[in-house]
Write a protein that binds this ligand. Structure first.
Ligand code: S3P
Length: 448
C-alpha cells in the first residue's frame, strides 16, 4: 500500500506558459459511491470512468471482501456484481482503507446496516481522524462499536439484526456523516431522516435515487435540508458514467491562471453546484474562466473549464460557501498568493480534520515560501503579492496529504524560486496522473 512506501520528494519550478487540453480522472466521491451502491444492488453495475486511485481501489477491495464481485473489464470499465440491499457478508480479514476518509466512513454506514461484524484499519493519517462523528449516529441505530479512546481507527463494528431508523441532525457540514447515516438506514425498516443545516455534496442522495431507493429531499423553514430514506429498498444495478473530478481539475485550473501566458482547458468536469465553489470564487477574483460545452451526463451537469492566465485580486470568501469548495482551500490559497490584495477565507473548521490539519499545513507551507498569511482558529488570510518579495524557495511538509502536495507543486510553477514538497506518494490516492498531465501542459518538475 502507498502508506508503506518511502517518501518521494519533488520540486516544481517556473517554466514556459502552460497550454493545452486535458481530462482529469473520474470524480472521487462518485467513484466510491458507485462501487458501494453497486455492491448492495441486484445485478451487475457497470462503471465507466471510475477513478483508479488508491482511495477508490481500497473501497473496491472492501466491497469484494464484503462479498461483491468487483472486476475490471477489457474496455477499462469496472463491473460490480451486487448482493442486493442487506446482502453483504461478514469479511474474513480487516478492511484496510489506507488514506481514505470517504471510503472508510461510508462503508461504516453500510456495515452498520447489516448484521455482520467488520474491522476497519487505515494509514497513520486516517488513524488520526475523528470517527465519532459517524459512530455516534450509528450507535443510536443499534450498532455495537469497539474502538480505542477517542473513536479512532482501528475499530470494529457489529451491526444489529434490526437497525433503528433514526432522525439525525448532522452537527457539522459533512457529506460523509450524512451519507453514513443514510447507508445504515438502507438496512433499517421504516424511514431514516437526516437533517443538514447547510447543504453539502448530494451525490449519495442523487445516486441512491438513481439505484431505485425511495428518497426525498425537502427544504425546511430555516433552509435546512431534510432527507428521508425508506429503508430496505430493492436497489437495482445501474450503468454509471463518472465525470471528471472538479477537485482534481482545480490544480490545473489554478496553474493556468497564475502561470503567465497560459491557456488551459480541462474537459468533462463535474459541475454539480455543491462542488463548484472554487470556480465561482476564482471568477470573483477576476479570473478569465469560462465554462464551455455545458451538458448533462448521467444526471449531473458537466462542462469544459477553460482558463487563461489572469491578474487576480483578493476577495472575501464567505463561510457559507465552504461546503461547496471544502477540498479546494489549499489550491485557492495558492491562487491568493498571486492576487493583488488579501484573500479572506472563513468557516474553515472542517479543514482541521482532513487528511492533515490543512489549515496549519497550508499556512506553514505559504510561510516557508515567503507568502504572508494569518492563520485563525477557523480562518485564513493570505496576503497577496508584495512588491520586492520573492515567492518560493521553501520545502513544504505534506503530512500524508495529497492535496497539500499538489497545491504547493502548483505554487512552484509560478514562483520566483523552486518549491519542494517532502513527499508525493500520496498523490496516488486521488490523482495518480497529476504529474504526467501537468507535464503535458508544460509544467517543469525537478527531482528533489
Ligand atoms: C466527501 C466529503 C467531504 C470531502 C471529501 C469527500 C464525500 O468530506 O472533504 O473529500 O465524498 O462525501 P466531509 O464529509 O468530511 O466534509
Amino acid at each position: 500500500m502507498s502508506h508503506d512506501a518511502l517518501p518521494a520528494p519533488l520540486a516544481a519550478r517556473a517554466g514556459s506558459a502552460l497550454t493545452g487540453r486535458i481530462r482529469v480522472p473520474g470524480d472521487k466521491s462518485i467513484s466510491h459511491r458507485s462501487l458501494m451502491f453497486g455492491a448492495v444492488s441486484l445485478g451487475e453495475t457497470r462503471i465507466e470512468g471510475l477513478l483508479e486511485a488508491d482511495d477508490v481501489l481500497a473501497t473496491g477491495r472492501a466491497m469484494a471482501a464484503l462479498g461483491a464481485t468487483v472486476t475490471r473489464d477489457g474496455e477499462g470499465a469496472w463491473r460490480v456484481g451486487g448482493l442486493g440491499c442487506g446482502g453483504l457478508l461478514e469479511p474474513e480479514g480487516v478492511l484496510d482503507f489506507g488514506n481514505a476518509g470517504t471510503g472508510s466512513r461510508l462503508t461504516m454506514g453500510l456495515v452498520g446496516g447489516h448484521a455482520i461484524a467488520a474491522t476497519f484499519v487505515g494509514d497513520a493519517s486516517l488513524s488520526r481522524r475523528p470517527m465519532g462523528r459517524v459512530l455516534n449516529p450509528l450507535r443510536e441505530m443499534g450498532v455495537e462499536v469497539i474502538a480505542r479512546a477517542g473513536d479512532r481507527l482501528p475499530l470494529t463494528l457489529r451491526g444489529p439484526k434490526t437497525p433503528t431508523p433514526i432522525t439525525y441532525r448532522v452537527p457539522m457540514a459533512s457529506a460523509q456523516v450524512k451519507s453514513a447515516v443514510l447507508l445504515a438506514g438502507l438496512g433499517a425498516p421504516g424511514v431514516t431522516t437526516v437533517i443538514e443545516a447547510v447543504a453539502t455534496r448530494d451525490h449519495t442522495e442523487r445516486m441512491l435515487q438513481g439505484f431505485g431507493a425511495a428518497l426525498s429531499v425537502e427544504i425546511g423553514v430555516a433552509g435546512e435540508r431534510i432527507i428521508r430514506l425508506e429503508g430496505r429498498p430493492e436497489l437495482k444495478a445501474q450503468h454509471v458514467v463518472v465525470p471528471g473530478d472538479p477537485s482534481s481539475a482545480a490544480f490545473a485550473v489554478v496553474a493556468g491562471l497564475i502561470v503567465p501566458g497560459s491557456d488551459v482547458t480541462v474537459e468533462n468536469v463535474l459541475l454539480n453546484p455543491q462542488r463548484t465553489g472554487l470556480f465561482q470564487t476564482l471568477v470573483e477574483m477576476g479570473a478569465d474562466l469560462a465554462i464551455e460545452n455545458e451538458r448533462l451526463s448521467g444526471g449531473e451537469r458537466v462542462g469544459d473549464v477553460h482558463v487563461r492566465a489572469s491578474r487576480l485580486k483578493g476577495v472575501v470568501v464567505p463561510p457559507e460557501r465552504a461546503p461547496s469548495m471544502i477540498d479546494e482551500y489549499p489550491i485557492l490559497a495558492i491562487a491568493a498568493a498571486f492576487a493583488e490584495g488579501p484573500t479572506v477565507m472563513e468557516g474553515l473548521e472542517e479543514l482541521r480534520v482532513k487528511e492533515s490539519d490543512r489549515l496549519a499545513a497550508v499556512a506553514r507551507g505559504l510561510e516557508a515560501n515567503g507568502v504572508a498569511c494569518t492563520e485563525g482558529e477557523a480562518s485564513l488570510v493570505v496576503e497577496g503579492l508584495r512588491a520586492g518579495v520573492r515567492i518560493g524557495g521553501g520545502r513544504v511538509a505534506t503530512h500524508l496529504d495529497h492535496r497539500i502536495a499538489m497545491a504547493f507543486l502548483v505554487l512552484g510553477m509560478a514562483a520566483d524560486a523552486v518549491v519542494t514538497v517532502d513527499d508525493t506518494t500520496m498523490i496516488a490516492t486521488s490523482f495518480p496522473s497529476f504529474r504526467g498531465l501537468m507535464e503535458g501542459l508544460g509544467a517543469e518538475f525537478v527531482e528533489a
